[in-house]
Every structure is written in structure tokens, then in C-alpha cells.
Design a protein around this ligand. Sequence first.
Ligand code: GRF
Length: 198
Amino acid sequence: MPKVVRVAVLVSGGGSNLQALLDAQKAGQLPEAEIVLVVSSRAGVQALERAKNFGVPSLVLEPRQFADDETFQKTLEAELVKARTDVVCLAGYLRKLGTNLISRYRGKILNIHPALLPKFGGPGMYGHRVHEAVLAAGEKESGCTVHIVDEEFDHGPVLAQTRVPVMPGDTADQLAARILEEEHRLYPGVLRKFTENL
Ligand code: GRF
């Protein structure tokens, strides 16, 4: 009998990567995984609509609602445990995870980043800033990376990357869109392999 790996997806915004994971699950492309919870660090974002439309339980945990980061992280961790989460996927999640949470799920937290790590990652390297930095550096290619999360931003072991060319005259928007398309292919494929090998 196939096992079921319970996956929680953490989001902060549009959630197009969440959608790609949900679509893959629906299409039977994640045979060993089930997305059981979506947690957003922001209220009112499109990712929450996507979860609702799919019928996946979701909740909003906004850091500012909590007295301090420790309480926030403890609450997040408790919710993940309550949902019997095995694997956590960060999909556009903008908060840094606490050390206790990372320790509890050591090696089982994945993140997708819109560049070829270790280049163009780290604190402050998110959203358009990444693509602007790539263009400013005159890179000929960029891409996306799925990696295991550790205590440092955009740092843990790389599981897979997809490369895309940087075209002459590219704007950050154009480059972002080219990469995002690949993210939607890469993340479900990596999650599939990851859960199959657990
Ligand atoms: C993606 O580019 C992802 O690589 C980065 O944040 C963005 C999230 O986009 N970590 P979306 O919310 O999945 O549409």
C-alpha cells in the first residue's frame, strides 16, 4: 500500500506554486503526498483562495498578531504538529522559520527560490529584487532552485535546479515570468521524488 506523506504548504502571497502542487496532486502526480494544510503569514492573499477552492484547510498566522517571534513560531509549530505534518513546503513564504521548528522538521522542509542558488539568495533577496540583481550582474542565465531549509536563508542542500536563459533586454518582470513557469514544473517533480524516497 502506498504511504501518505502529509504536506503543509506555507505561503505569503499569490500562491501560484501552491496551485502547481495542488494541481499535481489532483492529477495523480504526487502519489505519496497529500497536502493537508496551508498556512499563510498574511491575510487576504490569493493563496488562501486557492486553498479554499481546492478544499484544503488553511489558516492565517500573522506574526504581528503575536507578542513576539517566539510565540509566533511556537504557534506555527503547534499547528503543523496538530495537522500531523510530515513535510513542509515553503512556497513564497516570507518569514524566517524559528530554530526549534527547523530542528523538529530537520531535513523535511523544502523551499523554492527563483534563482540559481547559491547565487542571488539570502536575506532581502526575494521577489523582484532577485531578478533585478541578476540583470544588474549581467548574468546570461538564471533559474530556480528547490532546496532543503536550514537555519540560514536560502542556504541548505540543493535538491534540484532548472536553468533559463536571460534574454537581451529582459525586464525583471519578463525574467520572473520565465522562471515562474519553470518553478511550477520543478516543485511538484521534486516533491514527488522527495516523498517517494522518505
Ligand atoms: C516564487 O518566485 C518563489 O520562488 C519565491 O516566491 C515566489 C512565490 O510565488 N520563493 P507564488 O506565491 O508561488 O506565486
